[in-house]
Design a binder for this molecule. Structure first.
Ligand SMILES: [Fe+2]
Ligand SMILES: [Fe+2]
Length: 227
């Protein structure tokens, strides 16, 4: 994320880089109730040293990436891996899903008449978005918190895992259908930049979701799947 962008608000920085709260505390920047304000505006209004704040946020982001990079997901504990998934993939979806939804809303109005497949893309994406939004909450509130107490909650973990894996399959199927109806995200010649952006974000979202589901199915929940 480009935290130096003048349109970025404080809450978005915290959502993408959780460690940034320490930097904001240090510089007296309110990120709770004042999270909707633009970071660059607040820096200016409070007379804060811009270079120092950006440097520290950059360092926090780099530290976090170093923590995760080269990490062997197989060796992470369930608590650490589920926190990583939440931090990285859930945060990503919470930003990307509304963004893509808004772009699709625009292009279906402008180009839907000439490119009727956009109606199918719009419908499928709407379903994917709704499904995933509840899925993320289910993982964060029901599944992840009991993963380190499996012995006491074995029945619950097994049943939840079954639901979660079925939901992953359904999401994977929607991704395949999206590719199918869009002709592998083929861009017609007469389209605008919003159309290009929507399709490129859909491709990025697909890649991110594949990695996300891989980590959950094949590593985090591996021992409970098909038991
Ligand atoms: Fe997840
Ligand atoms: Fe999941």
């Amino acid at each position: 994320m480009n935290y130096m962008d003048k349109n970025i608000c404080i809450g978005d920085v915290v959502a993408a880089i959780p460690g940034a709260t320490k930097v904001f505390d240090e510089f007296g920047i309110d990120y709770c109730c004042g999270g909707f304000r633009s970071l660059s505006e607040v820096i200016k209004n409070q007379g804060i040293d811009e270079t120092k704040v950006y440097e520290k946020i950059g360092q926090t982001m780099a530290d976090r990436q170093n923590d995760y990079q080269g990490s062997n997901f197989n060796e992470m504990s369930k608590v650490v891996l589920s926190a990583y998934i939440e931090d990285t993939h859930h945060s990503y979806l919470r930003k990307a899903l509304p963004e893509v939804s808004e772009l699709l809303n625009t292009i279906v109005r402008v180009h839907g008449k000439n490119h009727r497949e956009l109606y199918d893309v719009y419908k499928l994406f709407g379903k994917l978005k709704t499904d995933l939004e509840q899925h993320l909450i289910k993982e964060e509130t029901l599944l992840f918190p009991v993963l380190d107490q499996v012995l006491e909650n074995e029945k619950e973990v097994l049943s939840l895992t079954g639901e979660i894996v079925t939901e992953h399959e359904a999401a994977g199927e929607i991704l395949r259908e999206l590719r199918n109806v869009s002709g592998d995200y083929h861009l017609p010649e007469d389209v605008c930049n919003t159309y290009r952006k929507a399709y490129s974000l859909l491709i990025e979202l697909e890649q991110d979701l594949h990695q996300h589901i891989h980590l959950e199915n094949n590593i985090l929940l591996k021992q409970y799947v098909s038991r």
